[in-house]
Design a protein around this ligand. Structure first.
Ligand SMILES: NC(=O)c1ccc[n+]([C@@H]2O[C@H](COP(=O)([O-])OP(=O)(O)OC[C@H]3O[C@@H](n4cnc5c(N)ncnc54)[C@H](O)[C@@H]3O)[C@@H](O)[C@H]2O)c1
Ligand SMILES: [Zn+2]
Length: 362
């Protein structure tokens, strides 16, 4: 079992990662909470797989339990679902000493965390992430939110859980596309901050290896994210490194109206495109883009798209992370390292262009 302590003063908590720990989660929750009532906020798919078992375990620990089940998917991470869920907490008669448990991927995690942050101005919550993305990224860091029609994650809070409990074995029921989506972010973490993890990933042959080593992979990514979050709890600087590949990635995702690519796929295309260019510019050790690309391709994650340079630039111009006329790019000079480079918007083109540039019709 891996225990990672997140040092945030009085808001500190521990991330526990243990394969085959599912049957002990009720006890672990009890160790973290004296609550009478526990609301499990989950989605329909995850509820069908794991809801009964978790409810049973919590009842054995003396909790009164209610399952608050939302429809699965990003489309439901919205104010309507949020409204229904906070009202369900009121209907359950929860008090400020009761508990919300988020069970699922980043969608129930983000929405349920925001419910916990807002109901009665804040009740305790515990995250039980069940997707690779949630285990390595969204359950760590304390960002909770819902989407508006105007944009993603526009309403939310910084709100830390009392604990994060994960059993990587749960990833075995996950659809492969979601596994690979999370894996793109794993490869991102390894590329900018953990050369040993990158080398380990290069040794793995496919999904079975990833699943067999999921505890080790999640622990490495969480350690990296925790380090950055401890430095920058409210996302004003150091967390930026987590955005490697995201500037171009977001532009590609947006250009295809979030339909052609998952978030991880956009990031994959962004990492490869940027790193090819920084290699050409002499900022990155030759061969780095190839290593990133080969690793992604092993998991059938797309790494190239024919989107024109103009369309990438137009997408970046709309990115909310663009501040004034400058943008901070995360560049990987060699595997496991990163540097932050402020680039004026007018000078961005060489960083974002397609490498078969001359042949792309505009
Ligand atoms: N808070 C943060 O810092 C942060 C960081 C990154 C991403 N996010 C958010 O995370 C969300 C994406 O997360 P996600 O990819 O986990 O999406 P998700 O929660 O929608 O899960 C993906 C799908 O997998 C299913 N699923 C979940 N666990 C399963 C399991 N063990 N077995 C079978 N099916 C399972 C779900 O029902 C869903 O259909 C986005 O809303 C994004 O904004 C937040
Ligand atoms: Zn991301």
């Amino acid at each position: 079992m891996e225990k990672i302590f997140v040092d945030l003063g009085e808001k500190s908590y521990t991330i526990e990662i243990a394969a085959h720990s599912w049957g002990t989660l009720g006890k672990k929750v009890r160790a973290l909470s004296k609550a009478d009532k526990a609301a499990i906020l989950t989605d329909r798919t995850v509820d069908g797989l794991y809801g009964n078992s978790l409810e049973q375990q919590l009842r054995e620990q003396g909790f009164a339990v209610r399952r608050l089940v939302m429809e699965a998917g990003e489309d439901h991470k919205n104010l309507e679902t949020f409204g229904r869920m906070v009202r369900a907490c009121a209907d359950f008669g929860m008090t400020r000493s009761d508990l919300v448990i988020t069970l699922g991927g980043g969608v129930p995690g983000d929405l349920g965390g925001f419910v916990a942050a807002s109901f009665l101005r804040g009740v305790d919550f515990i995250q039980i992430p069940t997707t690779l993305l949630a285990q390595i990224d969204s359950s760590v860091g304390g960002k909770v939110a819902v989407d508006l029609p105007e944009g993603k994650n526009l309403v939310g809070a910084f709100y830390q859980p009392k604990g994060v409990l994960m059993d990587p074995e749960l990833l075995r029921s996950l659809d492969r596309r979601y596994l690979h989506d999370g894996l793109a972010e794993v490869i991102k973490c390894a590329a900018f901050g953990d050369p040993d993890l990158f080398a380990r990933l290069e040794q793995f042959q496919g999904d079975e290896d990833i699943l067999a080593h999921a505890a080790e992979i999640s622990a490495a990514c969480c350690r990296l994210k925790v380090k950055v979050v401890e430095e920058d709890e409210r996302d004003v600087g150091a967390r930026m490194v987590l955005n490697f590949g995201h500037t171009i990635g977001h532009a590609v995702e947006r250009y295809y109206h979030y339909e052609k690519y998952t978030h991880g796929e956009g990031v994959a295309i962004g990492m490869v495109r940027l790193t090819r260019n920084t290699e050409k510019m002499g900022l990155t050790q030759p061969g780095t883009a190839d290593r990133i690309q080969h690793l992604l391709e092993r998991y059938q994650i797309p790494t190239e798209d024919s989107i024109s340079d103009q369309n990438v630039l137009a997408g970046i111009a709309m990115d909310k992370k663009k501040r004034g006329n400058q943008i901070t790019l995360i560049i990987v000079p060699e595997i496991g390292k990163h540097l932050l480079k402020k680039v004026a918007f007018a000078d961005l083109e060489p960083y974002v262009k397609g490498w078969n540039h001359d042949h792309v019709a505009h």
